[in-house]
Design a protein around this ligand. Structure first.
Ligand SMILES: [Mg+2]
Length: 259
């Protein structure tokens, strides 16, 4: 097997790796602190498009995990960057929260429900029948369909929550149109993140708790991959996938000394 180059930069998923069900994972604080002290490029990634980097910075800081704003990369930011490259100064009808609307405003997009270039679907806890109806009609009339991430469910302390992928499926069923998903496992999200911190895939590692998003995205982007078992994946599930991570570790605590 080809030797990998030493790891110079780190990308890590947030939910299930640094925190789980609102509680910090032991070792996460030490890992991030070690990264900051090492001055190595790093990025904390999330497919959740609800929050702005500022919101996420504050949520992590309350748990003692200090991640600078510029080290946070969300599917909302990746979606905005993608649209900025595809169609600068465009228009969009958005179903989502501040994380997504702020990111689109920041690239100079106009949010409108009048024949927008795009319908952009993100995460929200208040999907309305009216907004979904509007999105479906706009897509039928020619607006392009973009979704921030394909996750079908999200975690909560009470059980699974329907997430963007499930709502996208509803819109697809009604319109016959598939969205373009920007978030993990789309390597676009990883490449844009690597570019943002000036890192290269062959000397970068991706840490995550999900095989079908984190590990797959890291693998397809050409990165070394670490699966942690503090989130969604149970050990017996790892071998059921047709691909595997470079390394499986119990938790982020096992990676502190790798930085
Ligand atoms: Mg996760």
């Amino acid at each position: 097997m080809a030797e990998r180059k030493p790891i110079e930069s780190w990308l890590t998923d947030m939910d299930g790796v640094l925190m789980h069900e609102g509680v910090p994972v032991p070792g996460a604080e030490a890992f991030i602190q070690r990264l900051r002290e090492s001055a190595r490029p790093f990025l904390v990634l999330t497919n959740n498009s609800m929050y702005t980097p500022r919101d996420l910075h504050a949520r992590l800081a309350r748990m003692g995990i200090e991640v600078p704003l510029e080290n946070i990369w969300t599917s909302a930011l990746a979606t905005a960057q993608f649209l900025d490259e595809q169609r600068p100064g465009g228009t969009a009808y958005v179903i989502g929260e501040a994380g997504l609307t702020t990111a689109l405003h920041d690239i100079g997009y106009v949010l409108t429900d009048h024949a927008p270039d795009y319908v952009v679907l993100g995460e929200t806890r208040t999907y309305s029948f009216e907004a979904l109806t509007k999105a479906i009609r706009l897509i039928n009339n020619g607006s392009r369909f973009i979704a921030t991430n394909p996750d079908e469910t999200g975690p909560s302390t009470e059980g699974a929550l329907p997430a963007t992928g499930s709502v996208a499926a509803l819109i697809t069923k009604a319109t016959g149109r598939e969205p373009y998903f920007v978030g993990k496992p789309n390597p676009l999200m990883m490449r844009a993140g690597l570019n943002a911190i000036g890192a290269h895939s062959e000397t970068s590692a991706m840490i995550g708790d999900r095989m079908d998003t984190d590990v797959l995205a890291g693998l397809e982007a050409g990165m070394e991959t670490f699966l942690v078992l503090t989130g969604l994946t149970r050990p017996e599930e790892v071998d059921r996938h047709p691909f595997r991570p470079s390394t499986v570790v119990d938790s982020i605590a096992d990676l502190v000394d790798r930085v």
